[in-house]
Unconditional design. Structure first.
Lengths: 455, 58
């Protein structure tokens, strides 16, 4: 699979057309979707029409920017006019979106070709994309394992070459987690930067829209397009010499799979060797992250779903229904405690970043878990899969800091794992500059990725 | 309301609603709520806001 950067260059050089690359994506969907279950809807006719239009525009000298003619998949929780937004739930049966979400309108303006809508964990309320009205999403690297979630279909679609990028949502890690276990880049921008209008909510106070891509540069291109700024080129990488990175070892590295730890430490060694200063810091109150996150997300989700939990409870998958019902029992005083904790944690992350360009930590403590596993062995014991998968990502939904997951190379079993960089609030572009600089060291690949790699 | 009293009431309500499978889930929530209430960022009526929050700022 090629990167958007390469596609864009070759399109303008006349070496390829949008129609050719779109057809290749549709061919891969046709070949692999029955096996991976990544898509809930394939928009082949519209994609072909848009690709032909994009090619005509290029031929006539019209250039919409770096996403012109790029095949992109969309998580089926974001409204595309005229097609259902299922949220991978039977609760949404019969729904058809009346208008495009603003992010979709921005992608169309940028010339993107929408190839289809991707499967997800029902209502984005899970980390494995197993509980779905369309069945579980399978990981392209091992179909017996989860593609992560909740944007599992998005991760699988990019990793399997069914699209050059995908648009996901991230409320506790739902872009970064599938990116981590599928071996793609995943960007969660600063809270509130990218519109969440036209997106089925999980938690209105923690939902983010963000891209999954083959490279950091591609993530930057798609991020800017989502903002309605389709012509912005990727930023210049920050110089590695003197880059100040901080590793929050306590809590964040306490519970790691041995192979994930080895990949993370190897990435740190490469970053140091390239000239970065890597300090160790502590984020106080880290042990309180999960309770704070849980009380906020449960309350927000329960409020949105209260009516349908009463009127059509059997249309939910059993596990998601139980999780939503749990939220209806959160007491008001505890929700207020969680909001207070949220402010404290945000200040703690601000303080950790005050003397550093970015935090660096693993994206997940584990590789992709087997489909159907309720617990996973990590460290010296077994832990619930959901708790482990959220452990290193949910803080930055609570605090709103931008975070990007970058592939850190496969483990000995051939499964991807990721390293996460976290930047200052409202400085997503600065984080992307840091990420561009660190990407070769984190991936362990010294040449630009994406030319003929990926997949 | 104490967490023990809340948990008993919640389990009874779930059973009344025909949702006995909620019991283990509610017990998990009770553990999380216990941790949340034990967090040292919580304030009480005998503290001033400055001493409890600002004083811990780095």
């Amino acid at each position: 699979m090629m990167t958007i950067e390469e596609f864009s260059r070759r399109l303008r050089a006349g070496e390829i057309t949008s129609t050719q690359v779109t057809e290749e994506c549709l061919r891969r969907i046709e070949a692999d979707n029955a096996r991976l279950n990544a898509f809930t809807l394939v928009m082949a006719d519209e994609a072909r029409r848009r690709a032909r239009e994009a090619d005509k525009e290029v031929a006539s000298g019209t250039d919409r920017g770096p996403l012109h003619g790029v095949p992109i998949s969309i998580k089926d929780i974001i409204d595309i006019r005229g097609v259902p937004t299922t949220a991978s739930s039977r609760v949404r049966e019969g729904h058809v979106a009346e208008r495009d979400a603003p992010v979709i309108a921005h992608l169309r303006q940028a010339g993107a070709v929408l190839v289809g809508k991707t499967n997800l964990h029902e209502f984005a309320f899970g980390t494995t994309s197993e509980d779905s009205a369309f069945g579980a999403v399978k990981n392209p690297h091992d179909p017996g394992r989860s593609a992560g979630g909740s944007s599992g279909g998005s991760g699988a679609s990019v990793a399997a070459g069914m699209a050059l990028a995908s648009i996901g949502t991230d409320t506790g890690g739902s872009v970064r987690i599938p990116a981590g276990v599928c071996g793609t880049v995943g960007l969660k921008p600063t809270l509130g930067e990218v519109s969440i209008d036209g997106v089925v909510p999980l938690s209105r106070t923690m939902d983010h829209v963000g891209p999954l891509t083959a490279s950091v540069a591609d993530a930057s291109l798609v991020y800017h397009a989502l903002l309605g700024d389709a012509r912005t080129a990727p930023p210049v990488p920050m110089p590695m010499h003197g880059l100040r990175l901080a590793v929050p070892r306590k809590y964040f590295c306490d519970l790691l799979d041995d192979e994930v730890r080895a990949r993370f430490d190897a990435a740190l060694d490469r970053l140091r060797a390239a000239g970065a200063h890597v300090d160790e810091i502590e984020i106080r109150h880290a042990a309180d992250i999960a309770p704070v996150y849980l009380h906020i997300v449960l309350s927000d989700a329960a409020a949105y779903h209260a009516h349908t939990l009463e009127t059509m409870p059997d249309r939910y998958t059993p596990a998601v229904r139980l999780r939503l019902e749990m939220g209806r029992y959160v007491m008001a005083e505890d929700y207020v405690r969680a909001l207070a904790g949220r402010e404290v944690l945000a200040r703690e992350v601000d303080a950790a970043l005050a003397q550093h360009d970015a935090l660096v930590l693993p994206t997940l403590p584990i590789v992709a878990p087997p489909i159907g596993a309720a617990t996973v062995e990590v460290g010296r014991g077994r832990e619930p899969v959901r708790n482990v998968m959220l452990r290193l990502t949910q803080l930055f939904n609570v605090t709103g800091h931008p975070a990007v997951s970058i592939p850190a190379g496969p483990t000995s079993s051939g499964l991807p794992c990721g390293v996460q960089l976290v930047g200052c609030r409202h400085q997503t572009d600065v984080l992307l500059k840091v990420a561009l600089a660190c990407e070769p060291q984190i991936t362990g690949v010294s040449v630009p990725r994406g030319g003929t790699s990926g997949g | 309301m104490t967490i023990d009293a809340w948990l008993q009431a919640a389990i009874a309500d779930a059973e009344r609603r025909g949702l006995p499978d909620l019991k283990p889930v509610l017990e998990t929530l009770a553990k999380a709520t216990t941790a949340l209430r034990a967090a040292d960022f919580n304030q009480s009526a005998v503290e001033s806001r400055q001493s409890s929050v600002e004083g811990r700022r780095p």
